[in-house]
Design a protein around this ligand. Structure first.
Ligand code: FES
Ligand code: FES
Length: 879
């Protein structure tokens, strides 16, 4: 029985029957077709993505009952005047304020509300106004720039000069930035199909238990339910995984559930609410089993096996070089300590969603927001028991990923429901479900001993790292392998003894997250460098300068660095700010960073591209990597523009399985490097035809192909004459300056990016990373009890708000990478690799306390933040 409401929506009277209890967001999206309001956290009301103006007042529509707008005037971005929409879109695009874009429509509407009242707000006023809104990508820097620009434009001031012609080095606006700013560029959840069903999952409430019985009778009987699927309905291989097939898409009766994100049933129904209601009616009986909750317990003798497909020790990575015992014994100074990092949540603003449909020719078309659509296709095809050619996957550029969308989330279950029903199915996770289901950043315990001589030159490092990888392998073994490889940071260390373990537990799985193990290792290693500097009486900047890697030096893995080592340039770039702050008596911390570009470690990697000249005068630009807000498709377009001389609007970037362009995951800061090289190669072929006198129109139908393989890296620890674990490395130095109260006042970040293909996007990646790094340092955490997160609330999870952000100054250093396109190398991850250590150093300078544990919530810097206080400890279901 519905409730009729009447209200004005964007100037049009509406009379609608709504579901009792429905939120305004549900009604706007599902009944009114409004897509500028996004569901980032419903019904929490803590991200701002769903903002609407109700009677002129900003309201988070997910937390507002639809019935409350009866008789009201509701405005969304769709109802704003064409002129204002145009100014808004142009301002966000020109200021590079849009990365993934998921948060932007809500912020843009908030900006309108603010600027209607305050035509010339200060930057602080803008930050205060958007504090309700969460952005995980930008660090808010360029969002504030965009709103300032919008304010000036609304006051009639001139626009800045155009941003160039889209060549390499130009600040070309991100692809589809204007549409994203207005909420008109669809994410998966915005797609519509006739006859669309909605899916919902039944998740295990237990971290470890045996599924004894499953009764779907009541769920199936609910009106509107079309299908309830269980493990018995999977026609193919139920277990999948990126590296190990150890993750069941549906847990079967008789099997164990291994974490609170395990799926035991999936429902398809006529609408989302009914699907969720039916999921609640699925009756599952479990036999409780004691969960394995930490790596030590997991590795203990007679510990229960967490995952039947693999022993509890997931991986062991070892690097040994020289004689560490002797070197430490001969060192002038030796320090030791145990550092501990925490589990954190990616908290991309767009929760996981997929849409699948069976095509008339019998193929399944899957719309995915994953970080590797070819891996999606492989795993979904096996799940359905069909050849890969029967599955076509299209990427819908996602609303943030940061590594958390590498593994399958809902793709397989969505495809199964479409397969079983013959109807299109969309399955979207709620925020809570998203947090339970996808892999996190590893908590790692790091025991370090490090030494230096009397001049502060590092002599040896011994490191023992243990990471909690949770219930499934994901890429956890690779994360700890990467941590091992980066265990000595960007420093010359002659004697090395490193061991890193990844261990299964019944906690939420851990896998890829921006930085991929390097962050954890740097927190400990940079701590050692600070401790040694203190012991040797050497200034922390100088200590780093004396040990900084240069061309010809050996990296921790044993690789001799032969080119493009810009670390010392980054140290020089921050020096004036560092010295000025110290001269002013400020508490200052400094840390350096190194991060590989390319997975390396003996893995063959590919860049693949196809340029297809279309009959309408455009050129489709296909590649195998994912756009997830980092601007990859814009950068690839700039490469094509640079080579062909054609304008950027000619190129239409596409990511789908039309061509065999599988490159694996968009990971390891490698998409610009390898995807770029492939586009370069394909574009040169097109250019050759253009130079031969052909007009583009004459070339319609031609496909310019390039597959570029990189297979010259060597496995970690391999006994080979020439160790080359990675193709390329990025370098950074960051300085953290505190104010007189111990709050973070400024971060100065100098980064060697090889070549800034698009300086605006480069800066945006680093600014966003610093935001993430500060949260990692101070406020972000995802504590679990009995394997269940103790909170799902966005503010408690600790992602910083606009007002929490200090000044950020980014300095781009260009030390060209000969193996990269136009000298470029990856910049997506390194931005937060040194941040936590720089903050720890600044805090020690402030209060004399060396902190070894993240997040550093006991610090004045953390206490000054508006987020990260976990207030509620819910009663947890126990087996
Ligand atoms: S979806 Fe409404 S505030 Fe997040
Ligand atoms: S641009 Fe703000 S969440 Fe991605």
């Amino acid at each position: 029985m519905g409730v009729e409401i009447a209200f004005s929506l964007n100037g049009t009277p509406r009379r609608i029957v709504v579901r009792p209890g429905a939120a305004l967001l549900e009604v706007l999206r599902e009944q009114c077709g409004v897509t500028s309001v996004k569901d980032g956290c419903a019904p929490q009301g803590q991200c701002g993505s769903c903002l609407a103006l109700v009677d002129g007042n900003p309201k988070v529509s997910c937390a507002m009952p639809a019935t409350a707008v009866h008789g009201s005037v509701v405005l969304t971005l769709e109802g704003v005047s064409a002129e204002e929409r145009d100014l808004t879109a142009r301002a966000f695009a020109a200021a590079a304020g849009v990365q993934c874009g998921f948060c932007i429509p809500g912020i843009a509407l908030r900006a309108k509300w603010l600027l209607d009242r305050h035509p010339a707000p200060s930057r602080a006023q803008i930050a205060r106004a958007i504090d309700v809104h969460l952005c995980r990508c930008t660090g808010y820097v360029k969002i504030l720039d965009a709103i300032e620009l919008l304010a000036r434009a609304r006051r009639g001031e001139a626009w800045p000069e155009p941003v160039g012609r889209g060549r390499v080095g130009d600040r070309l606006a991100r692809r589809h930035a204007e549409e994203l700013a207005l909420g008109q560029e669809p994410f998966v959840a915005d797609l519509v199909r006739p006859g669309l069903l909605h899916g919902a999952l039944v998740l295990s409430p237990h971290a470890r238990a045996r599924l004894r019985h499953l009764d779907v009778t009541r769920a199936r009987a609910l009106p509107g339910v079309v299908r309830v699927a269980t493990a018995a309905d999977v026609p193919g291989e139920r277990w999948y995984g990126l590296l190990h097939d150890d993750w069941p898409g549906l847990v079967a009766v008789g099997e164990e559930v291994r974490c609170v994100g395990d799926v035991v049933a999936a429902v398809a129904a006529e609408d989302r609410h009914t699907a969720r209601e039916a999921a609640r009616l699925v009756e599952a009986e479990y036999e409780g089993l004691a969960p394995v909750l930490d790596p030590a317990a997991s590795l203990a003798e007679h510990a229960p096996r967490v995952n039947p497909r693999h022993p509890n020790l997931l991986s062991r990575s070892v690097i040994r070089r020289g004689d560490v015992d002797a070197a430490l014994a001969a060192s002038a100074h030796v320090v030791a300590g145990t550092w501990q990092t925490q589990r954190i949540e990616h908290l991309y603003l767009e929760p996981e969603c997929a849409l699948a449909e069976v095509l008339p020719d019998g193929r399944v078309r899957l719309y995915s927001q994953g970080q590797g659509i070819f891996d999606d296709r492989r795993q979904v095809a096996r799940f359905l028991g069909v050849p890969e050619e029967r599955v076509h996957v299209e990427l819908v550029p996602n609303g943030g990923a940061f590594g958390g969308k590498e593994d399958m989330s809902v793709q397989a279950q969505t495809a199964l429901l479409a397969w079983l029903t013959g109807r299109p199915v969309m399955l979207q996770l709620s925020r809570d479900e998203s947090i339970r289901l996808h892999p996190k950043r590893h908590p790692v315990t790091l025991h370090y001993t490090a030494g230096c001589d009397a001049d502060g030159r590092l002599t040896a490092v011994r490191a023992r790292l243990v990471g909690d990888s949770g219930a499934y392998a994901s890429v956890g073994g690779k994360v700890l392998e990467r941590a091992a490889g980066h265990a000595c940071g960007p420093y010359r260390v002659p004697h090395v003894d490193v061991e890193a373990l990844a261990v299964y537990t019944n906690n939420p799985p851990c896998g890829a997250m921006r930085g991929f193990g390097a962050n954890q290792a740097h927190f400990a290693m940079e701590g050692c460098v600070d401790l040694l500097a203190k012991a040797a009486g050497i200034d922390p900047w100088d200590m780093r300068w004396r040990n900084a890697l240069e061309v010809g030096d050996r990296f921790c893995t044993g690789q001799i660095l032969e080119k493009s080592v810009g670390l010392k340039q980054t140290l020089l770039a921050v020096r004036p700010a560092y010295e000025r702050a110290r001269a002013e008596g400020r508490a200052v911390g400094i840390a350096c960073g190194i991060k590989n570009s390319g997975i390396g470690n003996g893995v063959a990697e590919w860049g693949k591209a196809r340029l297809v000249v279309e009959t309408d005068g455009t050129v489709s630009l296909y590649n195998g990597y994912t756009e997830m807000g980092q601007g990859l498709l814009t950068v690839l377009t700039q490469f094509a523009v640079e080579v062909t001389g054609l304008p950027p609007h000619v190129f239409r970037a596409k990511v789908d399985t039309t061509f065999a362009l599988g490159c694996g995951q968009t990971t390891g800061s490698r998409a610009t490097l390898f995807g770029g090289n492939a586009v370069l190669s394909a574009a040169r072929k097109l250019r050759a035809d253009l130079d031969a006198g052909h007009a583009l129109a004459d070339l319609a139908g031609r496909v310019y192909a390039a597959d570029v393989v990189v297979d010259d890296t060597t496995a970690l620890g391999a006994d080979v004459p020439r160790v080359k674990t990675h193709t390329s490395f990025g370098f950074a130095t960051q300085v953290c300056v505190l104010d007189g109260e111990g709050r973070v006042a400024k971060v100065v970040a100098a980064h060697d990016v090889g070549r800034a293909v698009n300086p605006a996007l480069c800066e945006g990646q680093i600014e966003g990373s610093i935001h993430m790094g500060l949260g990692y340092a101070l406020t972000e955490d995802l504590p679990c009890e009995d394997g269940m997160p103790v909170t799902f609330k966005l503010r408690e999870l600790g992602v910083l708000r606009a007002q929490d952000m200090p000044d950020v100054e980014v300095i781009l250093v260009e030390e060209p990478e000969p193996e990269g396109p136009f000298g470029a190398k990856g910049v997506g991850e390194i931005g937060l690799v040194p941040t936590a250590a720089a903050v720890a150093g600044a805090l020690e300078a402030f209060d004399g306390i060396r902190r070894y544990r993240l997040p550093m919530k006991d610090s004045p810097a953390a206490r000054a933040m508006s987020v990260g206080r976990i207030r509620r400890q819910p009663a947890l279901p126990r087996p």
